[in-house]
Design a binder for this molecule. Structure first.
Ligand SMILES: Nc1nc2c(ncn2[C@@H]2O[C@H](COP(=O)(O)OP(=O)(O)OP(=O)(O)O)[C@@H](O)[C@H]2O)c(=O)[nH]1
Ligand SMILES: [Mg+2]
Length: 297
């Protein structure tokens, strides 16, 4: 069917509310990594989804937070840019009947841009159904949301209804991205992100937040995909923990990442990993540029 409508939407919210889980559910594929730790997403990730004659474009954004590093400032900048540049914003919140500080700051941005917004009350699988009315009521006192919708990104519940709702914000126009495209993220980049995801899942609080992953090699060799990844961390002591006793932690992270990358590419994968230290890289503008965490990147 010919595309005659398009709509672009930013997915915003404070860390850990389920934005990336939502974009994956919409895309029907893993385009963004997910973890139980806040501040998982660092870059803007675009996902494309076509239904009938309408192409929907979604921007996953980092969780909006009080930044403590230059990396954090970059991440918040990504949110501000994404939110200013779309047809409508999906403000994703926990099913809690209280407007938090992070949400309030985001709502201020919506108000300043007079941006149409939809309140997405996520994680409804974890609370009684009638909670949504209380949550919607407190948020509607803060902002004139165009609409609200309860859903469970984790269980994929409510996604079709969300698209029905968003079609109202679409404009007449051609496809913005090539047909069949699911995400703007190259597989090579996604592979680096998957290694980072496994570190977020396996390691405690501060260590994975100070990790960046660089893919040094990504080549087809004799019928398999050969990948070499360097993991950068901020301290010698972190390096020891990431490698683990006799290399056990790094082996586990590598094995889990390899499985996911194989599932994603449908190819047999050889994954080699190294760990290096780059002291305080999250505070260095030059290092952030190196790792692709800069708006010029
Ligand atoms: N119960 C439940 N958990 C969810 C749901 N959606 C996401 N989660 C969980 O919430 C946690 C955070 O999910 P993410 O998708 O990484 O959250 P995010 O908003 O992208 O987080 P940042 O990238 O850090 O801003 C993970 O443990 C998810 O499994 C949901 O609908 N129900
Ligand atoms: Mg995320």
């Amino acid at each position: 069917m010919e595309i005659t409508k398009n709509g672009m939407f930013a997915i915003a919210g404070r860390p850990n509310v389920g934005k990336s889980t939502l974009i994956n559910a919409i895309a029907g594929a893993k385009v963004a990594i997910v973890s139980d730790k806040p501040q998982t997403t660092r870059n803007r990730i675009t996902a494309v989804c076509t239904r009938g004659n309408c192409q929907f474009v979604f921007l996953d954004t980092p969780g909006f937070h009080r930044p403590r590093t230059r990396l954090g400032e970059f991440m918040n900048g990504v949110v501000s840019e994404s939110v200013a540049d779309v047809d409508a914003v999906l403000l994703v919140v926990e099913p809690v009947a209280e407007v938090g500080k992070g949400e309030r700051m985001l709502i201020d941005k919506l108000r300043a841009a007079q941006m149409p917004a939809i309140l997405v009350i996520n994680k409804m699988d974890s609370v009684p159904k009638d909670r949504m009315l209380e949550v919607a009521a407190v948020y509607r006192e803060e902002y004139d949301f165009a609409d609200y919708i309860p859903l469970s990104a984790l269980e994929g519940d409510g996604i079709e209804l969300l698209l029905d709702m968003l079609e109202r914000f679409a404009q007449e126009g051609p496809a913005l991205f090539p047909e069949g495209m699911v995400s703007d993220q190259p597989v090579r980049q996604l592979a680096a992100e998957i290694v980072r995801e496994k570190m977020l899942l396996a390691l405690d609080k501060e260590i994975p937040h100070g990790v960046a992953v660089e893919i040094e090699k990504f080549e087809n060799e004799n019928g398999h995909l050969s990948i070499a990844a360097t993991i950068y961390c901020e301290k010698e002591s972190h390096k020891g923990i990431i490698i683990g006793k006799n290399g056990s932690m790094l082996r586990r992270i590598g094995a889990e990442a390899r499985q996911d990358i194989e599932r994603l590419t449908g190819e047999k994968v050889y994954l080699q990993t190294w760990v290096k230290v780059k002291e305080n890289w999250r505070q260095s503008a030059a290092q952030l540029r190196n790792f692709g965490y800069s708006s010029e990147a």
